[in-house]
Design a protein around this ligand. Sequence first.
Ligand SMILES: NC(=O)c1ccc[n+]([C@@H]2O[C@H](COP(=O)([O-])OP(=O)(O)OC[C@H]3O[C@@H](n4cnc5c(N)ncnc54)[C@H](OP(=O)(O)O)[C@@H]3O)[C@@H](O)[C@H]2O)c1
Length: 242
Amino acid sequence: MKLTNNTILITGGTSGIGWQLGQALLKLGNEVILLGRNSAKLAKAKAEGFHTIQCDLNNQTEIEQAVLRIEQDFPRLNFLFNNAGVQYNYQFTQDIVSSHKIQQEVCTNLTGQLILTQLLIPLLHQADRSFIINTTSGLGAFPKADGLVYSATKAALRNFTQGLRYSLKNTPIKVLEFIPPVTETAMTQGRPEAKMSSDALVTHIIPQLKKERKILTVRKMRLFLWVAFLFPGLAHKILNKS
Ligand SMILES: NC(=O)c1ccc[n+]([C@@H]2O[C@H](COP(=O)([O-])OP(=O)(O)OC[C@H]3O[C@@H](n4cnc5c(N)ncnc54)[C@H](OP(=O)(O)O)[C@@H]3O)[C@@H](O)[C@H]2O)c1
């Protein structure tokens, strides 16, 4: 694919991995729209040359309004990065958490992005070539004990990505999956594991994106996907050693 002169929407683009991705794609000469909830972060993004859309992916009306705005102001949209996400860490079988918290995690990571994707497919169809790139996780290949709901949302998003790829096979829309390793962002703050910087991750991913690799990730993650598939017991040990 060519990585200039595209119109790109990144959900969860106001911080962490999405922000770095947005910066890199803006520098390459694309029109980049960042979607998030936080108005201070959106204002900062606007000042740096991004277009912004305020939208809570837990809110169907806000998603519909965001799509109307995109149809009106960005009719040449040809990239959708479904990247927004939240991760709540707790022991599902022991800790008592509100059903609202469970719903919020599912809706942000999955339902909201499914709705957004379905509503944007007609627009993406109009481009000569377009791309949907879903940010999943290694935890979508094997669950972590203190993040069962998060892992389940990412497993569902991985499954959806594959289904969407086949459903859109004979169309101009190509579907890719992005699997970050543990990366230094607000989401992983305070976690003890070694983390990749989001800057280094994006630098590593951009050439893979150019080549339209089906799975954009680092070598260690490709190995983990095999381990999770072939040796689930070992994957459990790797993820739950700390
Ligand atoms: N960091 C890692 O180690 C890692 C590893 C594997 C996968 N991932 C995945 O990578 C993606 C980016 O994660 P990150 O680490 O960069 O996280 P982050 O720094 O916490 O950023 C999360 C982004 O999602 C947005 N967001 C959260 N809830 C939202 C909602 N309800 N509606 C709209 N936007 C919402 C946030 O914007 P507002 O604050 O404005 O709401 C923010 O821009 C996520 O899908 C995550 O699951 C991360």
